[in-house]
Design a protein around this ligand. Structure first.
Ligand code: SIN
Ligand code: MN
Length: 216
């Protein structure tokens, strides 16, 4: 199999079964307070096939009128996003190689024929920090390319418990999910795939000295 593009780090089976169960239980309590909703595409208003919610200080959202953006509250309930579970902060600390904590965790839930088109993660002000993504539940076919849409792509299967980092020259790499493979994992009792994407949104120099002091 071809090497992944420079800056893409895939850590298969990074989380043990027990760690996956514990993380899933954290995510279930997030979803209880911040229910999954169906986001819509900018301009067209076309519904996405993936349902979403967030935890952390900021959440990534999209709708017809406002487009792609980060905001501090759930677009349906108007409530602040639930806090980021400690387990996610710990994974970031272990793998992100970045001094400040993540501000946003996007929770994507894929069932049936849900997929995600090829895109870049570029709604953040901070491209120094990596994107750290965790897969739970059914396998998926993940596609990754270069920083131009027309560059060749390659596909890898992501399994439950895998961690994937987009960093350095691949921080802005095009990526997407072509499909999930139903019934390939028993982690979620009703099947489906959850993807958690941790990101730093603001730049380090926008952070107050106070926050920096807290981190070190
Ligand atoms: C995303 O790019 O937001 C999701 C990627 C994934 O589901 O693995
Ligand atoms: Mn993405």
């Amino acid at each position: 199999m071809a090497d992944l593009p420079a800056g893409v780090r895939h850590i298969p089976m990074c989380l043990s079964w027990d760690e996956q169960r514990a993380l899933l239980s954290d995510i279930r309590s997030v979803v209880k307070h911040a229910p999954l909703y169906t986001p819509t595409m900018p301009r067209t208003g076309k519904p996405m096939s993936v349902r979403m919610t967030n935890c952390g200080a900021l959440g990534w959202v999209t709708d017809q009128s406002g487009g792609y953006r980060y905001q501090s509250s759930h677009p349906v309930t108007g409530q602040a996003w639930p806090k980021m579970p400690q387990r996610l902060l710990d994974l970031w600390q272990e793998f992100a190689n970045y001094p400040l904590p993540p501000e946003a965790c996007l929770i994507n839930f894929y069932t049936g024929s849900a997929k995600m088109g090829l895109h870049q993660d570029k709604d953040e002000d901070n491209f120094e920090a990596p994107v750290l993504s965790i897969s739970l539940g059914d396998d998926c076919l993940f596609r990754i390319g270069g920083t131009n849409r027309n560059e060749p792509t390659q596909s890898i299967k992501l399994h439950s418990g895998d961690v994937l980092l987009l960093q350095g020259e691949s921080r802005l790499a095009y990526h997407g999910v072509d499909r999930i493979y139903p019934d390939t994992s028993t982690l979620l009792s009703k099947g489906g795939r959850i993807n958690l994407t941790l990101r730093r949104v603001t730049k380090a120099d926008e952070v107050s000295d106070l926050e920096l002091a807290k981190q070190h």
